[in-house]
Design a protein around this ligand. Structure first.
Ligand code: ATP
Length: 345
């Protein structure tokens, strides 16, 4: 079976602005793939090229094994692919239920519209004109429209943007149900929790390029032991790098590594400092010292005790030691030096 989507070296410019800059990605069949990036990173442009709504300047796209650029692919893909646009793309005058009924009639074996309306909490507004729906209701109606044809592959552009937490969880449950039924889902999001909660595979894009990809766990790199030494507690010999990543030749790092090795925990080592903390988000004071310690396996409680004991031995009994699981947000910041909420500029 071919992958649900294969994008190779995609490029798209709008005048002088390069929106997508040689982007390649593959989305597996039956999986949820999240394309994650800040506003303006090129997510919508990429997905609209894959949907056939924009013509790429260069590169190739295969959707369900079919060449997106071939004229013969369009009618086949229309039947097999569901599309939810970022702005909904819905007509405003008709009633919500009528819009979904109309879309259902375009497909040979549609999902019963009433069931989808119910699943997405829209039954009560089926008789309401689209114009009068709230933003969140329109969003859910657009999702229903993408799914009513029982697509093999669904492209969803920011499916839960602007939804309240309850509606968002209803959408997530529906997407998990689709995956369990074998549907491939490709969604764009700038919501970290959405990517972490749903995606089997995350493609992180920035400035129109893929900057990292993998499972959420692989991207975040697993748990670490975090040590915070308050500014006043850091001895003069080790305070110089306060708030910055641990560097080679650092006296504190060498002493801690040696104490761990002497205690038979040579598997635990001080890793590079964490960028998120180095930028001052972690510790309460910029001059606090933060170290991350990890090993080949996810550290357990015994490893935390070993680190605390080693710190006490080398003169830092007051250090705070805890287990820290980096989020995708941390990973994005480490990769790009920017927070996801910031505009790509
Ligand atoms: N029709 C257009 N004409 C000109 N520039 C555009 C057009 N559409 C997008 N752009 C620009 O291309 C870049 C990528 O935009 P795109 O919408 O693909 O990003 P995005 O990651 O989906 O962002 P968002 O999360 O805000 O939707 C941005 O700089 C945007 O301003």
């Amino acid at each position: 079976m071919p992958p649900a989507l294969e994008v190779d070296s995609l490029r798209k410019r709008y005048g002088a602005r390069t929106a997508v800059d040689g982007l390649s990605l593959t989305a597996a069949t039956g999986a949820i793939t999240a394309v994650l990036g800040p506003n303006g990173a090129g997510k919508t442009t990429t997905i609209e090229c894959c949907e056939g709504l924009r013509r790429p300047d260069a590169g190739s796209i295969r959707v369900l094994g079919l060449d997106r650029a071939a004229a013969s692919s369009a009618p086949l893909l229309r039947e097999r692919v569901g599309v939810m646009l970022q702005d909904g793309g819905l007509p405003l005058a008709p009633r919500a239920g009528a819009v979904l009924d109309h879309l259902a009639r375009l497909h040979a074996d549609p999902e019963p519209p009433a069931r989808l309306l119910e699943r997405l909490g829209l039954t009560d507004v089926a008789g309401t004109r689209v114009r009068r729906l709230s933003g969140g209701q329109r969003q859910r109606l657009a999702l229903a429209g993408a799914l009513v044809g029982r697509p093999e592959l669904a492209f969803l552009d920011e499916p839960s943007a602007g939804l309240d937490p309850q509606s968002r969880h209803a959408v997530w449950d529906l997407l998990r149900e689709l995956r369990a039924g074998g549907t491939s889902v490709i969604l764009t999001t700038h919501l970290m929790d959405e990517a972490e909660a749903l995606a089997d595979h995350v493609v992180v894009i920035d400035h129109g390029r893929v900057v990292a990809e993998g499972t959420p766990a692989a991207l975040t790199g697993g748990a670490r032991i975090r040590v915070v030494l308050r500014a006043g507690a850091v001895s003069p010999g080790t305070a110089a790098a306060g708030g910055h990543p641990a560097g080679p030749g650092d006296a504190l790092v060498s002493a801690l590594d040696a104490a761990l090795a002497a205690a038979g925990r040579g598997d635990l080592r001080v890793l590079d400092g964490d960028v998120a903390d180095a930028r001052g988000r972690g510790p309460a004071h910029a001059s606090d010292r933060v170290l991350h310690i990890g090993g080949p396996q996810d550290p357990d409680a015994g490893a935390v005790v070993a680190v605390a004991t080693a710190l006490a031995q080398i003169g830092h009994p007051d250090a705070t030691v805890d287990l820290h699981r980096p989020s995708l947000e941390d990973a994005f910041l480490a990769l790009t030096g920017r927070e996801l909420r910031q505009e790509a500029s």
